[in-house]
Design a binder for this molecule. Structure first.
Ligand code: AMP
Ligand code: GLY
Length: 428
């Protein structure tokens, strides 16, 4: 079967890597891909949000399965458009993608189905929103309703900061129509974790838990990014908590959506805050996480294409996933200045040496090929993943490998994975 992966980040390189290993995959394409996917797939020069061009490409090339990485094409209805033309696509429909694309939709859904989450209200004008902030006081969290590439959330320490966030959304229109409404909610304390599951609309097949690192600097300082590193499996979610999340959050959500007339197929990703061993939902994403996927997929021993097809066909109940009994630690190498302003086009050195290492995976994100060089082409550039039975060795493998790679301005967090150590009895 010919398979197309839509997207061009580290997540999509990791997906391409897992799909390529499947005996069900005869030929692999990536739109638009990056210099890493070019090594294992044919890159197609089509933007991930260009729905018409993707549909035409699939028809012309008899693509048997499309795997959609990012949220934007899902929210634009790529899966619906492909399905209308008889092309199988892995991911939720436009309607189902609202679970990520509209925070007001998802929060109201959480309330209706008694899913544990922060207390909140939704506003469509600045005056009512300001009054609510004045009534509730700080700290408080202000969220643009729609998709904002991870930049629409302000965790405000003061009321003034929260009101500045409202001004950006309602007056400066920083997020355009994604800011037509805001969700304002109570700030939750605790430690975050990412829990992803495949769904076929009725049954779920959970993955191993992961933990992302959103702030740009060590010790969670600085502005939020798309994610500076991740590891799996995350020991903050022990067996008991895992079973609780599967039953009371993931399955309950899929069942609730079905009651609302929404058949949710694809990956459902819960962003959780864990406090005193209890999970609270920060948000749902309608797709694989980036960089969580880069840590999760190297540990998967089952055929991902078989699972994706079962999700589409409603057969997940008959599937299981085998996982390696190992840990994976993924460190993101970013461009100087990311997540604010950064240059592109810096030559990357050392990749050949890293690719030779055992138990180390390199997933490209913002990279491109220029003549014989691989150059930087985005904010998050590379993902270096170390794998080992022992958590600290997985961490060391990733950081030792990074010593071999360089590009002008490269920066990365030095503490990816440190939060796991307390659960595993490993000293810092
Ligand atoms: P979201 O896109 O809703 O997941 O928010 C992005 C990030 O903002 C999360 O990963 C958290 O770090 C933070 N955040 C969101 N909501 C809250 C909350 N209610 N309390 C504390 N932090 C939050
Ligand atoms: N790792 C955060 C995200 O994928 O949204």
């Amino acid at each position: 079967m010919k398979i197309l992966v839509v997207g061009g980040g580290g997540r999509e390189h990791a997906l391409a890597f897992a799909i390529k290993r499947s005996p069900l995959c005869s030929e692999l394409f990536c739109a638009p891909g990056n210099a890493g996917t070019a090594q294992i797939a044919h890159n197609i020069n089509i933007k991930d949000s260009d729905i018409d061009a993707i549909v035409s490409f699939c028809l012309e090339n008899r693509i048997g399965l499309v795997v959609v990485g990012p949220e934007v094409p899902l929210a634009l209805g790529l899966v619906d458009e492909l399905n209308i033309r008889g092309i199988k696509a892995f991911g939720p429909s436009k309607n189902a993608a609202q679970i990520e694309a509209s925070k007001s939709f998802s929060k109201q859904f959480f309330k209706k189905y008694s899913l544990p989450t922060a207390e909140f209200d939704v506003f469509d004008n600045i005056d009512d929103a300001k009054n609510y902030i004045n009534k509730k006081g700080s700290p408080i969290v202000v969220k643009a309703d729609g998709l904002a590439a991870g930049k629409g959330v302000t965790v405000a320490q003061t009321e003034a900061e929260a009101i500045d966030a409202l001004k950006e959304i309602f007056i400066e229109r920083k997020f355009k129509d994604a800011g037509n409404k805001v969700v304002i909610e109570e700030k939750l304390e605790g430690e975050e974790a990412s829990f992803l599951a495949f769904s076929d609309g009725e049954n779920i097949l959970p993955m191993i838990a992961a933990q992302d690192h959103k702030p740009v600097f060590d010790n969670d300082l600085g502005p939020n990014t798309g994610g500076m590193g991740a590891y799996a499996q995350a020991p903050i979610i022990d067996d008991e908590l895992r079973q609780y999340i599967i039953k009371n959050i993931m399955q309950k959500t899929i069942d609730g959506l079905r009651k609302e007339g929404i058949i949710y197929k694809g990956v459902l990703y819960a962003g959780l805050m864990i406090k005193d061993k209890k999970p609270y939902l920060l948000e749902f994403n309608c797709r694989f996480g980036d960089p969580e996927t880069q840590a999760i997929l190297p540990l998967m021993n089952s055929d991902i294409v078989d699972i994706m097809l079962a999700s589409i066909d409603g057969n997940l109940a008959s599937k299981t996933i085998k996982w390696k009994k190992k840990y994976a630690v993924c460190v993101v190498l970013a461009s100087g200045g990311y997540p604010i302003e950064y240059d592109k086009g810096k030559v990357i050195s050392g990749l050949d040496d890293v690719e030779k290492l055992d138990n180390v995976y390199v997933f490209h994100a913002g990279t491109a090929k220029k003549n014989s060089d691989i150059i930087t082409n985005g904010g998050r550039v590379l993902n270096i993943v170390g794998v080992d039975e022992h958590f600290d060795k997985a961490q060391k493998r990733a950081y030792d490998a990074i010593k071999l790679v360089s590009f002008d301005g490269m920066h990365y967090r030095k503490d990816i994975g440190n939060k796991a150590r307390k659960y595993l009895g490993i000293k810092l």
